[in-house]
Design a protein. Sequence first.
Length: 221
Amino acid sequence: MSMVHIGTDWKQMEKLEVDGHPLLDLQAFVTEFPHPLGEIPPAGGLLGLPEPDAASPFTATDDDRLAVRDLLRHGGFKPTGRSKPASEYLLKARSEGKLGSINLAVDACNVVSLHSGLPVSVVDLDLVQLSLRVGIAAPGKSYVFNQSGQSIDIGGLLCLFDAIGPCANAVKDSQRTKTSNGTQRTLSLIWGTHSLPGRCQQVAEWYQQLLRECDCVVRNV
């Protein structure tokens, strides 16, 4: 088991534990927004980035897609159909014209995931309960992932856990810890794989750059 550190505020430090995994190449960071998300207008610099021909350091390929699916299969999860990686869902939503602006935190997450091909989770850091751990969910585990009360079976899937239970993963994040108009601090997790050497770190650097250009404060964990 490895660990990185995450603050309950900008001075206190707590641990984010990461269970051993042969494929997982995880990058995590905290973002503090200049105002609550509901008070931040859409970021002009991000509005055109979801388009396929937008300037980006990355172009996701079929090999990347397969590598991500292999990462999620390791614990026995089947990343297909409605349980496909979030990065694949975003591609489909964009092709159908269903990808719109939500808030700065989610928009930046979606842009980065679309272009890089890596799934990204973003949670409201003030809604999680310490301690935090990344590991594989036990068989039969599930959680609600939207306001309609729909749930996803996450058995065998890599997840972020807090003291209450699983709350985010590379397919669908939990409704319990999603961002809202009042969110001012988030934890982002980039679900990378060692099958794509160096990709996850490069994606994290671009992701953080986009956020800093929007006057956010970013800190690696």
